[in-house]
Design a protein around this ligand. Sequence first.
Ligand SMILES: Cc1cc2nc3c(=O)[nH]c(=O)nc-3n(C[C@H](O)[C@H](O)[C@H](O)COP(=O)(O)OP(=O)(O)OC[C@H]3O[C@@H](n4cnc5c(N)ncnc54)[C@H](O)[C@@H]3O)c2cc1C
Length: 424
Amino acid sequence: MAIVEESRPRGADEVASEVRAWLQEQWDPDLTLAEWWERLADSGWAVPTWPEEWFGKGLTRDLAAVVAQELRAAGAVGPPAGLGLMLAGPTIVAHGSEEQKARYLRPIVTGQEAWCQLFSEPGAGSDLASLQCRAVKDGEEWVVNGQKVWTSGAQVADLGMLLTRTDVDVPKHRGISYFAIEMDQAGVDVRPLREMTGRALFNEVFLDDARVPDEALIGGLNNGWAAAMTTLANERASLGGGGAGAAGLGVPGQKAGMLARRVGDFVRGGAGGQRALGARGFATMRKAAESEGRTADPHIRQALVELYTMEEISRYTVMRTKAAKAAGRGPGPEANTAKLTMSRMTRLSRDLGLEILGPKGMLHGGDAPMGGILQEMAIFAPAVSIYGGSDEVQKNIIGERVLGLPKEPSDDKTTPFRELRVSR
Ligand SMILES: Cc1cc2nc3c(=O)[nH]c(=O)nc-3n(C[C@H](O)[C@H](O)[C@H](O)COP(=O)(O)OP(=O)(O)OC[C@H]3O[C@@H](n4cnc5c(N)ncnc54)[C@H](O)[C@@H]3O)c2cc1C
């Protein structure tokens, strides 16, 4: 069997030395977060995969990972965290008009505006195209009514990526439009939902005669599904990529209150789920087992080896995907199996971490063993099996598209939305 060596992508050394030289001159922990993000935006290193005319460098994802590595190595804070840069930006780059790119992209990259994702509804999650939220034209505006749920970060967002129904007389995927909606208006009511982590990351968002102008329609009328697919593909890619990350993260937008703070104070920052998921994996578990004196326990050793094996398999799968791409073959089932493996590894890390800690696993907060990070990860763990397409949905995709199993019978693609049976 040929042994595949992990190689750096072509051009990695040149990119690395260019970023390093730039950072040596420009990274200054005494700037404010807003000033640092302005510099990063103007350099093209904030969003290296975006086109050069829109704040990027036109690099591949592999080379963008090299940029992130250099930011981390220099101890520099990365570009704005959150859904603007991760999802809204790439969607607008792909589907937005020139006017929309000029209006929305720079505040995303400089962190001046924060975004949330108004996709999921109480009756539309895995089956997103069943969404009920409606927009009706009124002159040059649209009037929106409906309810969204699970909306991460809506309480600090300036804008929302809104999926809403604009035609009920066509099959469900064909009557959806994608808008950039202003969150600060009378018709938008954001109600935080407290999770078992103790935080309120999520919100319910009620849209009650909310208004959005025609010029905020992204990707064309009733073509929202195509734009939504771009958003979701970017979501999956960033979840599967494992987030190479910089040395620290800041939250964009005025409402988060971080922009005027000293950027150096965000180094090794990161909060909530991001911090918790950083704890998942073999290296942290081995450290925990060592510090708790549990490395001789055969059960713990067994689980550590299982985790290590899964991590190695994942690493080889990523290499296999890259090799297939380099050979000109299209994406296979790797994205779906990678997501499933991530869920399994998270569950295994959760169980192993709590087993290592024993009764201390019940302690929560910064003064708990290992800063409470394993306990935090354990509480956050269920999320990974749900977001970005639940485990069951990934298995359906593998069944249908990889194993060739028959699809569930459905008339969704041919029946007008208004005639579909819905459960409320
Ligand atoms: C941490 C986190 C952050 C999120 N942030 C956002 C956000 O910012 N914006 C946003 O819009 N949404 C967000 N979501 C919502 C997320 O996209 C949905 O939770 C997800 O799509 C699942 O939808 P649902 O919760 O409605 O579950 P449902 O779709 O109702 O599924 C319920 C259960 O049924 C299973 N199931 C559903 N359909 C099938 C099927 N066909 N075959 C087999 N099993 C099936 C599912 O796997 C699941 O176990 C977030 C979720 C999480 C966990």
